[in-house]
Design a protein around this ligand. Sequence first.
Ligand code: NAD
Length: 396
Amino acid sequence: MIVTPKIRGFICTTAHPDGCAKHVAEQIAVVKGRGAIANGPKKVLVIGSSTGYGLSSRIAAAFGCGAATMGVFFEKPGEAERCGTAGWYNSAAFEREALADELYARSFNGDAFSSEMKQQVIAAIKADLGQVDCIIYSLASPRRTHPISGEVFKSVLKPIGQSFTNKNLNTSTGVVDEVTLPAAEGDDIAQTVAVMGGEDWQMWIDALLAENLIAPNATTLAYSYIGPEVTWPIYKNGTIGKAKEDLERCQRELDAKLAHIGGKAWVSVNKALVTQASSAIPVVPLYISLLYKVMKPLGSHEDTIEQMDRLFRERLCSGTPQADDVGRIRIDDWEMSADVQSAVAQAWEVVNTENLKELADFEGYQSSFLRLFGFGLAGVDYSADTNTGIGVPSLL
Ligand code: NAD
C-alpha cells in the first residue's frame, strides 16, 4: 500500500511503517552516538512506551543503558490494506532493533489502566525478568475506565475559575487567531485528575510491590510540564495542572513506599515538544513554534530523545539528579532559562498570521508533527508500496 499523510485537525489518521522505523532508528543513533550510559537500570518497564516521551525513554534505557525493556501501549495494529497507528509501527521497529542488538524486549498492547493488563505484565516479569529496577510512567490519554468501579472518566483541557482567551495557532493553515476556552465546570477537575493524575501510577507500583517485583534501589518516574506564564491558565493552573499536582502528591507517597527497598520515585518536568498529546492542547502549539525558533539557533533545542537521553545520562544515572526545591527533576531547564523565555515572551506579544514564518518555526513544528507519523524522513521512499501489516515481534 502507498501511504500518505491524512491530517484531521491535530491528528494524522495514517502512519508510514518505514518512516516510523526510520524515526526510531534515528533516535537510537542519537543515543548510541553519545556512548553507553554508565550505572543505568537493567530491567525497565515503560508504561506508555510507543510514542513521545515514553518511546524515547525506552530507547534511552535499551540502547543507552543496555536494559531489557517491557513496554505497554494502546495502539491499533496494521493490516494489509489498513494503516496501524504510529505507535504500533514504532514498537515493531523498536523490537526489531533491540533483537538485532541482542536486547530483550517484550511489548503489551492494551489498556494500561485495567487490572488485566497489570496482571499480564506481572506474569511476564515473573517469568522473564524476576524483578524490574526502573518503572517509567508516561501515559497520556483522554479517558480512563476505572479498574474497580468501572466508571469512565474523561480528561478536559480547561482553565479553572474563569474562561481564558489567548492567541492560538491553526497548525494546518498557519493562521494565528484567538481561542476562548470556557472555565471548568461540574466535576471537570475530578475527571481530569482521575485520568491524568497519579492514581494509576500508584496502582502499578502497588501491584508490583505486592508481588515483590521491584528490585532494591529501583526508581520510578512520571512526567510533568510547567512551562511559561502565557500557558498557565490552560496548563499549570488548569484542569491538567491539577492532575499534575496529583501526580506530585503520588510521587511523594511512592517515594515513602519505596524507601524500605532503597527505591526512589521522581517526577521529571520535561520540555514542551511536539507529540500526539501536546498537539491537542490549545495555545501550546504556538508557544512550541516560537520556542523552537529561539532554541534552535542557540543550539539548545532538544527533541524527546535528547531530553530522555539527558535525563538518564546526566540526572538519573549520574547520581546528580539536581532536584528543584520541591524535589522534581527539571529537564525543562534549558527551555525555562531566562534568555529563552524572554525572547519567546517578546515574540508572543507581536506574533500574528503575517509574521508567523519570521517569528516562529512553523515549518519545524509541521515537520516534527509529520515525523511523529513517519512522514518526511530522509531516505524513505514514500512513492513505494509498503507493508502496512507488519507485526510487533513479541506480539506475533
Ligand atoms: P504521547 O501521546 O506521545 O504518548 C502517550 C503514550 O501513552 C503512548 O504510548 C500511548 O500508546 C499510551 N497510552 C495512552 N492511553 C493508554 C492506555 N489506556 N493504555 C496503554 N497505553 C496508553 O504523549 P507524550 O507527550 O509523550 O506524554 C507522555 C507524558 O509526558 C505525559 O504525562 C505528558 O503530560 C508528559 N509531558 C509531555 C510534554 C510534551 O510537550 N509532549 C512535556 C512534558 C511532559
